[in-house]
Design a protein around this ligand. Structure first.
Ligand SMILES: [Zn+2]
Length: 361
């Protein structure tokens, strides 16, 4: 399963563009709040990945190998103790556990997809029950089948630790989520208060701009393709009227919103000039604030731009841990901004706590 391996290289080879953060804490407290009373609170990471053991076993049964010439999967993807140790050493209190871009919806047959989602979601509930302060679930759904997806959502709705729904932006360049048959699923997510956490799907059939244009060793299918993918999702959530139809539904855009914040002014101008033949209920600037954006901007200047444009209350920590594009110090970029403490803490924790219904502590 090449895509899984591509997102899961050994962490020793990763490079963080930012300075190391000073935050450290003790695991014994079961959380970071005790250690951080006088400093930044432990963060909540809304964009971290895992591959629970039962999922790996079932993938193997299906002939989807975890290991290839690309190297082994980072053990922290399935070893929760190793993950906790790593989180403790970096001032991270909680991970929202989600599958990565290698989620199986591209290839899984309908019955396999249902079983894969169940395995992942049950494992997430178990992880939460063991470490309720540290792990929450962004659930997996067999999303190619909207009926099966709704069934799985209802099966786990309200179970311990279930706080969000993790979805691919598109499948094979189709924005499936806007089709009428998915409306009951969106309505149910809104009713349950579960934000939709998007992630672009790996695999050549899903590459933005097709299988060829961004292909090759440059990794552009990811470094360029993923941001354009997310910008497309955000724009279509606006233009299809989905945001208006589900006014209480929340959305988390990965990879700092892709290029969406950067091009929002251009979209707005296209409407103002009449080039875009649309009538919207609100301004693009207002719609921009319907989304949450993770902090995975890599450059501090980019994150500062996001805070200025979107507001500190719209940004949550996101790291891509433990995939190939992750960062070694989850909180460092935010700390580097030197924001007022209240804004800093909103980004590190407060916004995600509200979004995922976590009681403060
Ligand atoms: Zn990711």
């Amino acid at each position: 399963m090449q895509s899984l391996v591509a997102e899961s290289r050994a962490s020793s080879r990763r490079r963080s563009p930012v300075k190391r953060a000073a935050a450290t804490t003790s695991r014994k407290s079961g959380g970071l709040s005790q250690k951080h009373k006088s400093g930044p609170p432990g963060s909540i990471d809304a964009h971290s990945h895992w591959t629970p053991t039962g999922y790996i076993h079932y993938l193997a049964e299906l002939g989807q190998s975890q290991v290839s010439s690309g190297g082994p999967v980072d053990p922290k993807m399935f070893d929760l103790d190793a993950r906790l140790e790593w989180m403790d050493s970096r001032g991270v209190r909680t991970h929202l556990l989600t599958l990565s871009g290698s989620m199986p919806w591209q290839w899984a047959k309908p019955d396999e997809a249902v079983r894969l989602a169940r395995i992942v979601n049950d494992a997430a509930i178990e992880a939460h029950l063991k470490h309720s302060d540290r792990f929450l679930a962004g659930i997996a759904l067999p999303i190619r089948n909207p009926v099966a997806a709704l069934e799985e959502l209802n099966r786990v709705a309200g179970r311990p630790g279930i706080r969000a729904v993790h979805l691919p932006n598109s499948i094979e360049s189709k924005d499936y989520l806007f089709a009428p048959e998915y409306m009951p699923l969106l309505a149910r997510c809104e009713e349950l208060g579960y934000p939709l956490v998007f992630h672009p799907l790996d695999g050549v059939p899903n590459h933005y701009a097709g299988g060829e244009r961004l292909a090759g060793p440059t990794f552009m299918y990811n470094s360029l393709g993923f941001p354009f993918e997310t910008a497309t999702t955000a724009a279509k959530l606006i233009f299809t009227g989905t945001l208006d139809r589900f006014p209480k539904l929340h959305f988390v855009l990965p990879h700092s919103g892709g290029c969406f914040p950067y091009i929002a002014g251009r979209i707005e101008h296209s409407i103002r000039k009449g080039a875009a033949k649309v009538k919207l209920l609100h301004s693009i600037r207002d719609y921009l604030r319907r989304f949450h954006y993770d902090s995975l901007a890599y450059n501090v200047e980019t994150l500062r731009f996001m805070v200025d444009l979107l507001g500190a209350d719209r940004i949550v920590i996101g790291t891509d841990n433990y995939a190939i594009m992750d960062v070694d110090q989850p909180n460092a970029l935010v700390l580097e901004l030197k924001l007022p403490a209240a804004d800093r803490d909103r980004i590190l924790r407060g916004n995600a706590a509200k979004l995922f219904g976590i009681k403060s502590g």
